[in-house]
Design a protein around this ligand. Structure first.
Ligand code: BDR
Ligand code: CA
Length: 338
């Protein structure tokens, strides 16, 4: 089967880095381009991180395109407490060589333009995976209103349905950061008859990477028993150093051992929907400022009588994904180091 054509829209970010590694490592995917949105970190930091991760992954032909500098309406807020001051935890990146398009401040959104160009070049075949606030994807749909009908699918890591929020009491970060963009993307895709697939925390938190998965990863990389912090090849070093910060964050804030790699799980579901339990339902995001900003309201039981406008994953098969993550990223590590 032909590999799936992917655009990853990222705000790299620790779990975005894991998503990029997984996409590059996956034989059933071809990463066309990585587009950058602000969110976890500023646009400049996201661009630097994304290029660095792709360099380490050996994906030096994948272009990185900078997009919006701010969410559609709200001012930008970043998350150094979650992803560290650079956005990539304790990871130290090489000087980037991956090609970059970085328009001047105030110029048009080049990421949106590139999303339009890629989808139009491969009508019906491109899967856009939104690992970031949906700002760039909404901008692409504003630029080309026919695009939602031409895209293969849109998969968005966003929101929390029945589980607690990770930003507000009920809100998830990507949805909270740019709720207006998320609503626009949901609406545009529904109108085009191609509802988005939403991966909320209810599904992505099943992807909790812990010590047994590190053991599986090092074994797949041909280094069975290699310890965290040891002298590791570049891909494993990136995973180790980035996740060490994320592990500390999860321990401090969520009182759990390990890290939720939401975005990597979302790429995996985009490639294989059997990793999630998906229902069709009406979904809308609260845009008003205040305690409920960014809350994703999904009428799972159909109580409102509103027509379904999205597909929503209510559970995930995180363990099955993590085995696959270990196999694929471990194999990538051996390919890159030769
Ligand atoms: C999402 O928000 C960001 O912190 C992560 O990169 C992920 O995309 C999880 O809520
Ligand atoms: Ca992200």
């Amino acid at each position: 089967m032909d590999p799936r054509l992917l655009i990853l829209d990222v705000d790299t970010g620790i779990d975005d880095a894991m998503a990029l590694l997984y996409a590059v490592a996956s034989p059933d995917a071809r990463l066309l381009v990585a587009t950058c949105a602000p969110g976890n970190a500023s646009l400049e930091a996201v661009v630097r991180n994304t290029r660095g991760v792709l360099d380490i992954a050996g994906a030096t032909g994948v272009e990185v395109i900078a997009g919006a500098r701010e969410p559609l309406v709200k001012p930008l807020v970043t998350t150094p407490e979650t992803h560290g001051p650079t956005g990539l935890g304790y990871a130290v990146l090489p000087a980037p060589t991956v090609p970059l398009t970085m328009p001047a401040a105030g110029a048009a959104n080049a990421a949106a333009a590139r999303i339009v160009a890629e989808v139009r070049a491969h009508p019906g075949r491109v899967t856009i995976v939104g690992c970031a606030p949906a700002t760039n994807i909404a901008a692409a749909f504003r630029l080309d209103p026919e695009l939602p009908a031409l895209v293969g699918s849109v998969v968005l890591m966003s929101g929390a349905v029945a589980t607690a929020g990770n930003t507000g009491a009920r809100s998830e970060w990507n949805a909270w950061c740019d709720p207006e963009a998320l609503n626009e993307v949901i609406r545009a895709c529904a109108t085009a008859g191609r509802p988005v697939l939403i991966l909320p925390l209810d599904a992505t938190e099943s992807a909790l990477i812990r010590p047994p998965h590190w053991a599986a990863l090092t074994a797949a990389a041909g280094l069975p028993g290699a310890a965290r912090g040891a002298n590791l090849p570049p891909v494993l070093r990136l995973v180790d150093e980035a996740l060490r910060f994320y592990d500390e964050f999860h321990l401090e804030y969520d009182k759990i051992e390990g890290s939720h790699i939401h975005d990597a799980f979302s790429v995996a579901v985009a490639l294989d929907e059997t990793l999630a339990h998906i229902v069709a339902a009406p979904a809308v995001v609260e845009v008003r400022d205040g305690a409920t900003r960014g809350d994703l309201l999904v009428d799972v039981r159909g109580r409102t009588g509103t027509a379904a406008n999205a597909r929503v994953a209510l559970r995930g098969e995180g363990e099955r994904f993590l085995q696959r993550f270990a196999e694929r990223v471990g194999a990538l590590s051996t390919r890159v180091t030769g």
